[in-house]
Design a protein around this ligand. Structure first.
Ligand code: DSN
Length: 437
């Protein structure tokens, strides 16, 4: 007789405490405005793949070359994810094993040069990421960072200044990308500069990959040696990272004359075995699901709407007298600039959260305050756009943000009402992975 396994025990019975906490977080996320620009709602199919039995399998190595048996199906899954990543971005090579964005960036560093190399990147306060050379991160301790950033007055990158710095410093790598730069990155101009000084160009597109797919931002792939990304922000995939690269290294003879490995192979070796062990196959499967969704016309429309929503929100705030870093936005995020205000970015972010508007305090270019205080608040539209919100909702939200900022001294009187209005608004929209139809 066939052995009949017991019905699986659902989380609700197996661990009521954790179940209750997840339900609590679900209620919070479905009744407040998720406006941290790096957050989103993964679709249900992504959550399902992430929670699948694929979590059980060890698969060190790559498809066709594993260190464990029983990986025939796993090879198919990873190969499909790789093929979808390459097709989606038009890349020659893809590696889908990085556990997240920072490990992906670490692998890019190791594929392009060992510790001690000089790199150019944007520091965190200027809109970059920790891994672009910030002092407390491996990229700042193991590599020599030469910073560049937006002009503190205009908030926009000055490409002539970047070229001058590159000519003077001759870095091995130039990193382009950020976490709080509200404008477009011109990869073609970065590429010109990089070629002039024989530097590798690396784009970190974690924040804006959906805008690139939608065609509303320039495509970095033709211009860059390596492109890194996460899959859980705009892509609405699982929490993970991936790398895209050229196959051949344009500077092989100069920087790696002894190596028999081309760039694609060096990227793969940097991920495994240099930096990681077993890949998270359940997450790779979920990433493949997200890549598939990103090929649809609905996804491209979503990418366009993210920017339209963010511009509308920016216009609504500026019309009410608020200052924004760089004077507006071209992408999914904006930074409210409170340098001249009597309250800090941290105080405003907390006040907004108390009213159901969840964003984060953030440095603005030229910020005189410390990173744990700041003069800025960063907010974005990807998650709201995933819910189906459009321009009319952005107008409402600009109004609520304004009410909070104008009444910082009597929040008790208004926060509850705004929170209730926001919960009512959210209840009218479908939330991917939560109330997804
Ligand atoms: N933590 C991410 C962000 O919020 O931008 C970057 O890794």
């Amino acid at each position: 007789m066939r052995h009949c396994p017991e019905r699986p025990m659902h989380l609700r019975q197996a661990d009521p405490e954790i179940y209750a906490l997840i339900q609590k977080q679900t209620r919070l996320e479905s009744s407040t405005l998720k406006m941290i620009p790096s957050e989103n709602f993964a679709q249900f199919a992504v959550l399902e793949a992430t929670g699948s039995i694929l979590t059980n399998k060890y698969a060190e190595g790559y498809p066709g070359g594993r260190y464990y048996e029983g990986n025939e199906v796993i090879d198919e899954i990873e190969s499909l994810a790789v093929a979808r990543a390459k097709a989606l971005f038009g890349a020659e090579h893809a590696n889908v094993q990085p556990y997240s964005g920072s490990p992906a960036n670490q692998a890019a560093y190791r594929a392009l040069g060992g510790p001690g190399c000089k790199i150019m990147g944007m520091p965190v306060p200027q809109g970059g990421h920790l891994t672009h050379g910030w002092g407390v991160n491996f990229s700042g301790t193991d590599y020599v960072q030469v910073p560049y950033g937006p002009n503190p007055h205009t908030g926009v990158l000055d490409y002539d200044q970047i070229r001058d710095t590159a000519r003077r410093e001759r870095p091995r790598m130039i990193w382009v990308g950020g976490t709080s730069y509200p404008r477009v990155f011109h990869y073609d101009r970065f590429a010109e500069i990089a070629r002039e000084v024989d530097a590798y160009l690396v784009a970190d597109i974690a924040h804006i990959n959906g805008l690139i797919i939608a065609g509303v931002h320039p495509d970095p792939v033709p211009h860059c040696d390596v492109v890194t990304s996460t899959s859980h922000k705009m892509l609405r995939g699982p929490r993970a990272g991936f790398l895209l690269s050229r196959i051949e290294d344009r500077y092989q003879h100069k920087y790696f004359p002894q190596s028999k490995l081309n760039l694609a192979k060096r990227v793969d070796r940097a991920v495994f075995p240099m930096l990681q062990g077993g890949p998270h196959i359940h997450v790779i499967a979920a990433m493949a699901v997200a890549f598939k969704e990103a090929t649809t016309s609905q996804f491209r429309e979503y990418g366009r709407q993210i920017v339209a929503n963010c511009r509308r929100l920016a216009d609504g705030l500026m019309a009410r007298g608020y200052r924004l870093a760089s004077g507006g936005t071209d992408n999914h995020l904006l930074i409210m600039d409170f340098r001249d205000a009597p309250y800090t970015g941290k105080q405003v972010a907390k006040a907004l959260a108390s009213a159901g508007i969840i964003c984060n305090f953030n440095m603005v270019p030229g910020d005189p305050r410390k990173p744990l205080v700041t003069s800025g608040v960063r907010m974005g539209t990807p998650a709201l756009t995933s819910m189906g919100m459009k321009e009319p909702e952005m107008d409402l939200i600009a109004g609520w943000i304004d009410q909070v900022c104008r009444h910082m001294d009597r929040l008790d009187e208004i926060a509850g009402r705004i929170r209730a209005e926001i919960a009512e608004l959210c209840s009218r929209f479908s939330i991917p992975g939560i109330t997804e139809k």
